[in-house]
Unconditional design. Structure first.
Length: 352
């Protein structure tokens, strides 16, 4: 399984992997007169021309276990003649400039980066947590696709839309994307008692920790994935032929479907005050979670994610979330036969 960024699929000659090289950083990219501690350089070599310095530093990076994208090459000229020789310093991407070290006037600074300027700047904006408008990103992809068509290359979205428009054959597309909330009905059997609060053992679990920030510098946040771009394109040109099947989450934050929201709000309001009061009386010493539930007057509702694939979502992507499936397995599932019959009804019959 591979989740490629749309902008990577529109690189020259269809080569997905970025072609890295030395990109000169303007003087204003450094803070004031901040410089690098030369003693922290990975390597240092004197008597090189600028061209030889770039080649020397490139070879060192290529010999490392992992390509150090973001590494810096600092070149000090011996005089103002750009053809003169000088001293080269190679720093890892983890080494930062500091105001404790002065920047030598006339020095040149380069960064080992993507040579595709459009892709480089687009990803840097996302790394900086800038909210790049979706329309801007799609326009950039459309512009790059035109250039690729000149090379005889066509992306899958254009090919599929073209084939569907020219063919009389019925085309239906099943795509891994959130199931729209507008396609789901909140069903409740009349007379069913409100869903109970969480089991006591769940209330005793400490609060979830914050999501990890290990990939804070990575732009792979899903916003630029080709699968999402494909979904938008097909929804625009083939709206009645696109079917979303990713059951790990229902809808998304931007979904403004009134039907599901009204149903949920109505369900939350029914017998809510009685339910909260009962829970307050049951606990003489409410835990942090119970207190939060009472304060928000929130009646728990059956969770879509509890029934469909949430386990894999938590294990793969959300290790900071604490979960205990014991009450669910013992009180709701009960046996393997019950679990098997539920999924048989889900896929081949009807689940009320």
């Amino acid at each position: 399984e591979s989740h490629e960024d749309a902008i990577d699929l529109t690189r020259k000659r269809g080569i997905v992997e970025p072609r890295n090289g030395w990109v000169e950083l303007p003087a204003q990219s450094l803070e004031s007169d901040a410089g690098y501690d030369l003693t922290k350089a990975l390597k240092r070599k004197s008597g090189l021309t600028l061209l030889l310095a770039k080649t020397w530093a490139k070879r060192i990076l290529e010999c490392r276990d992992e390509e150090d994208v973001g590494a810096k090459l600092l070149f000090h000229l011996e005089n103002e003649d750009v053809k003169a020789r000088g001293t080269a310093y190679l720093f890892s991407s983890e080494t930062k400039c500091s105001s404790d070290h002065c920047r030598r006037p006339g020095s040149l600074l380069y960064e080992w980066e993507d040579l595709d300027e459009q892709a480089r700047e687009y990803k840097k904006r996302r790394q900086a947590k800038e909210e790049v408008p979706q329309e801007e990103g799609d326009a950039l992809i459309a512009e790059r696709k035109k250039a690729r068509r000149g090379e005889g290359l066509e992306l899958f979205d254009d090919w599929l839309i073209r084939q569907a428009s020219l063919s009389e054959t019925r085309v239906e597309v099943i795509i891994e994307a959130h199931v729209p909330a507008s396609e789901v009905e909140l069903h409740k059997v009349p007379g069913t008692a409100p869903a109970p609060c969480a089991h006591e053992c769940l209330n005793q679990i400490e609060l979830d920790s914050d999501a990890g920030d290990d990939d804070g510098d990575s732009p792979d946040d899903g916003a630029g994935y080709f699968i999402d771009y494909l979904h938008r394109r097909l929804s625009q040109h083939m709206p009645n032929s696109v079917h979303c099947v990713d059951s790990r989450e229902l809808g998304n934050a931007k979904d403004r479907s009134p039907s599901i929201r009204q149903a949920v709000h109505s369900e939350q309001g029914q017998n809510n005050s009685e339910h909260v009061e009962q829970k307050r009386c049951e606990s003489k010493h409410p835990t942090q979670i119970e207190t939060s539930c009472i304060e928000s007057s929130c009646q728990p509702l059956p969770s879509w994610e509890s029934f469909f694939s949430a386990s894999s979502e938590l294990l793969y992507y959300s290790p900071n979330i604490k979960a205990d499936y014991s009450p669910f397995l013992s009180k709701c599932v009960g046996s393997f036969d019950t679990l098997q019959s539920f999924f048989e009804a889900l896929y081949f019959k009807t689940v009320p």
